[in-house]
Design a protein around this ligand. Structure first.
Ligand code: XUL
Length: 525
């Protein structure tokens, strides 16, 4: 019997990525096609003021290139039994009636540049970076009874980037094109439709980023639909739980050696938590990159009328919360450079940066700082800037350590506001997750061990999609489908590194936490 393989795809803002898994979750292939290599003079993004658009043709060219590469390497796609995907959240695609007819063409994907534009009512898809819809955000929020009521209904205040807010802007700016639009897909359900050969439903994770979907009712909200645009419901796909198989991939996929069962596409963030094995409640994922993102699995509902964080449904069907912190890797880099930890070649000396955090933790100094190199997103009402609290006189290495530990303590404070005070466990991804000292600062701040993950190509979303495809068809020795908890444990065992334990708690750390909490005064909750 030939071994079964599982494919995960991710269509992000920058690239199309594929991860091919074996039955034991080993990565057989990893391919990524940067859109910048394909975009030419048009560029990856089209910006006009606060408007940010992307061409759906570019995503399809990326998908074609990716499938072509996967089909030509070894192993190819012939042993794939299930495929799932993820995509950048919120982006919308506006299509004419009968648009799916183009998908019957055997090599339509190669000819997408000529076949797709005639069936689009809007050539440039607004994406999550678009901030041009402040007026529509206000109108929808008011119609839903204010920010707190909207967040309770939808899981988040209707941010500018949210799909429904964008749909209202499209309807207001181009009413004739709206009238001509029979179907509005999100990026994920659009790509899933292309692979399925007919209109695909929208996964619940993506639906929860539209400002149109009731998180409690788990269906399109009549109230939100009415607040957004006339006659919107019939233009939207159905919504569906992420674990469900939609059917076989369309006939055209055979040209790439792919004939498999297709699951719906999900948002990249809902997919990432599953790709990181974060499937139990009361657990936390720290993604430490250019910016730092906290994704957690709550034990109940917790909405923020201030838009401090967002609630959504993860790819395992259970809720997740997310906050994206602007003060992440770039801030660490800036402070490390100011401390002089830069090589002659201009590289940050990260080992020494990590050592500074460890030294500060051991020093037992009562000293903290407000570490806001930038004003924090979602928490704009806390004092911006860097300000030392307690003992100011530290030598440069300890001062850097104080900054790193304070950054981690602020994160623990934010996560507590999101409803989680001591996570059962923490997993970490991103560049800083490889730095022992920075991980130790986080383990200390949360008083919980942190497990760094070795994600294939750093691609949590594509890996998460592949894991979802795997769960759909893989069976335990007794023929049972694995529970999501078992899936999470299997993923962590496969990609987890060595857990970093919290250092022994000190009185100084407790005092530094208290100093920060005193200074972090929020406006009305
Ligand atoms: C989430 C968001 C981004 C995109 C990136 O709300 O806008 O994380 O999903 O692809």
């Amino acid at each position: 019997m030939t071994e079964k393989h599982y494919l995960g795809l991710d269509l992000s803002t920058q690239s199309a990525t594929g991860v091919l898994l074996a039955a034991d979750l080993s990565v057989l292939r990893f391919e990524s096609v940067p859109f910048a290599d394909l975009a030419g003079a048009g560029g990856v993004l089209q910006r006009t003021g606060a408007q940010v658009r992307q061409s759906p043709v570019l995503w399809l060219r990326g998908l074609h290139e990716l499938l072509k590469r996967l089909a030509s390497g070894s192993p190819d796609l012939r042993q794939v039994v299930a495929v799932a995907g993820s995509a950048q959240q919120h982006g919308t695609v506006y299509l004419k009636r009968d648009w799916t007819k183009i998908l019957a063409h055997p090599d339509w994907l190669q000819q997408a540049a000529s076949l797709l534009p005639p069936v689009l009512t809007e050539p440039g898809s607004p994406i999550w970076m678009d901030g041009s819809t402040a007026e529509e955000r206000r109108e929808i929020t008011a119609a839903l009874g204010g920010a707190a009521a909207a967040a309770e209904l939808l899981g988040a205040v209707p941010f500018e980037r949210y799909s429904g807010v964008q749909m209202r802007a499209f309807h207001k700016r181009r009413p004739e094109a709206y009238a001509d639009t029979a179907r509005i897909h999100l990026v994920g359900s659009f790509i899933a439709s292309c692979l399925l050969g007919k209109d695909a439903p929208l996964n619940e994770g993506d639906a929860s980023g539209t400002a149109l979907w009731s998180l409690t009712g788990r269906r399109w909200s009549e109230q939100a639909l009415a607040a957004t645009a006339p006659d919107l419901r019939r233009r939207l796909p159905e919504t569906l739980a992420a674990g469900i198989v939609l059917g076989p991939t369309a006939a055209w996929t055979a040209a790439y050696g792919l004939r498999a069962e297709l699951l719906g596409f999900d948002g990249d963030n809902p997919a990432t938590v599953v790709g990181c094995g974060l499937t139990e409640p009361a657990t936390l994922l720290l993604s430490l990159g250019t910016s730092d993102t906290e994704m957690l699995r709550p034990t109940g509902r917790r909405s923020s009328g201030q838009g401090r964080w967002v609630e959504m449904i993860a790819s395992d069907g259970a809720p997740m919360l997310m906050h994206c912190a602007v003060n992440g890797g770039l801030s660490r880099e800036k402070v490390a450079a100011e401390t002089g930890l830069v090589s002659a070649a201009g590289k940050i000396l990260w080992d020494e940066v990590g050592a500074a955090a460890e030294k500060f933790l051991r020093s037992e100094k009562v000293s903290a700082e407000l570490p806001f190199v930038e004003r924090e997103i979602g928490f704009e009402d806390i004092p911006a800037g860097r300000k030392v609290l307690g003992n100011p006189d530290l030598e440069p290495q300890l001062a850097l350590g104080r900054f790193l530990v304070s950054q981690a303590l602020v994160k623990a404070w934010i996560v507590e506001k999101m409803g989680l005070s001591e996570p059962d466990f923490i997993v970490a991804t991103g560049g800083a997750s490889l730095n022992y000292g920075i991980m130790s600062a986080h383990a200390a701040a949360f008083n919980t061990p942190v497990l760094p993950l070795n994600l294939p190509g750093g691609a949590g979303a594509a890996f998460g999609a592949a894991v979802r495809a795997w769960r759909a068809r893989h069976r335990a020795p007794d023929e049972r489908q694995l529970s999501w908890q078992e899936v999470g444990a299997a993923v962590r065992a496969k990609i987890g590194g060595q857990a970093v334990p919290p250092p022994p708690p000190t009185a100084a750390l407790t005092e530094n936490r208290r100093l920060l909490e005193q200074a972090l005064v929020l406006g009305k909750e």
